[in-house]
Design a protein around this ligand. Structure first.
Ligand SMILES: [Zn+2]
Ligand SMILES: [Zn+2]
Length: 157
């Protein structure tokens, strides 16, 4: 998707359907993280998250519940089924939401634009050669992502 493509809003929600939300902008970036933490939390080989300004996430049904995670990572859950809707990364605070693509109704519309922490990537995973990949973190090269993250953090004060 390039900057001139009109964005079709993405919707998502919890397992029981009580909380529904809509992304009012295209995500800042979609990335795949192969770090040990993400492997643990997902119970799988990696996690795929979109980053988006939290104020671009419109709640269309229900009332999400902010929860202080045991691991210091705050997250937002459905108050009924306790499904994790999104998390906050300590580095970005609550200005930016990290939403798992599987939480979205059409997560398949978002392919990872960067791969992080491939030093702990499971060896069977073959990455596409045209997507930036980093041993740890790195600059995805997406200029709009840098700008939007800076702006979100500045607005936080
Ligand atoms: Zn629910
Ligand atoms: Zn990770």
């Amino acid at each position: 998707m390039n900057a001139n493509t009109p964005f079709t809003p993405l919707t998502g929600g919890c397992r029981c359907g009580k909380v529904r939300f809509r992304l009012e902008s295209a995500p800042i970036i979609t990335h795949c993280c192969h770090c040990r933490d993400c492997q643990k939390r997902s119970g799988s080989a990696f996690s795929i998250n979109v980053m988006i300004e939290t104020d671009r996430v419109a709640i269309i049904e229900g009332e999400p519940l902010p929860v202080r995670g045991a691991d210091g990572q705050n997250e937002v859950q459905c108050p009924d089924c306790h499904f994790r809707l999104w998390t906050y990364h300590p580095h970005f605070g609550e200005a930016i939401a990290f939403i798992g693509v599987g939480v979205l109704d059409e997560g398949e519309r978002l392919a990872p634009e960067a791969h992080y922490f491939i030093r702990s990537k499971h060896p069977w995973i073959v990455l596409p050669p045209d997507v930036p990949a980093f041993e740890e973190l790195g600059d995805s090269g997406k200029a709009s992502a840098r700008e939007r993250i800076m702006a979100a953090l500045a607005a936080r004060g």
